[in-house]
Design a protein around this ligand. Structure first.
Ligand SMILES: Nc1nc2c([nH]c(=O)n2[C@H]2C[C@H](O)[C@@H](COP(=O)(O)OP(=O)(O)OP(=O)(O)O)O2)c(=O)[nH]1
Length: 135
């Protein structure tokens, strides 16, 4: 049976733009774009996992403004990814590259200019189609 991989991703907003992160080479989903975040560890709440991952990966702190903006389950060859995304604002710091190849700040309508991880497509579509309050 394929494994279940529970993942949280942060839609980080600053100046009406969304932070997009490119995965590094030589790993699953290499070079595809994603929302920063990662796997939820045992005993962790989604919110805790999100804040931990964002601090680890980008060295910034965020404020969550919308919990569970979107949920998507996608079957990869390596397992089922259950991705929950949260809308956040950048609280302090500038994102640093610790594991990503590069980051880009894009307006919602520009998001489809990137090649996203397949699990992210419904979230990207929702962001492109919905008015996000105060984005
Ligand atoms: N962080 C993040 N992961 C995503 C997104 N979309 C998506 O399919 N994924 C997948 C990639 C990974 O298989 C998993 C996230 O786990 P991770 O961030 O710890 O990924 P990883 O490849 O470094 O995992 P690993 O080497 O430790 O196994 O979810 C997304 O938008 N953000």
């Amino acid at each position: 049976m394929k494994k279940e991989i529970n993942v949280v991703g942060a839609i980080i907003i600053k100046d009406k733009k969304i932070l997009c992160c490119q995965r590094g080479p030589g790993r699953a989903l290499a070079n595809l774009w994603e929302f920063p975040g990662g796997k939820i560890e045992a005993d962790e709440l989604k919110v805790q996992a999100l804040k931990r991952e964002i601090k680890e990966e980008l060295k910034v702190q965020v404020d969550i403004v919308e919990e569970e903006f979107a949920f998507c389950r996608y079957e990869y060859d390596f397992g089922y990814v259950n991705l929950t995304t949260f809308i956040c604002y950048l609280k302090s710091g500038e994102p640093q590259l610790t594991e990503h190849l590069q980051v880009k700040w894009l307006q919602a309508e520009e998001l489809n200019s990137l090649e996203w991880a397949p699990a992210d497509i419904p979230t990207v579509d929702k962001l492109m189609n919905e008015e996000i309050e105060d984005l």
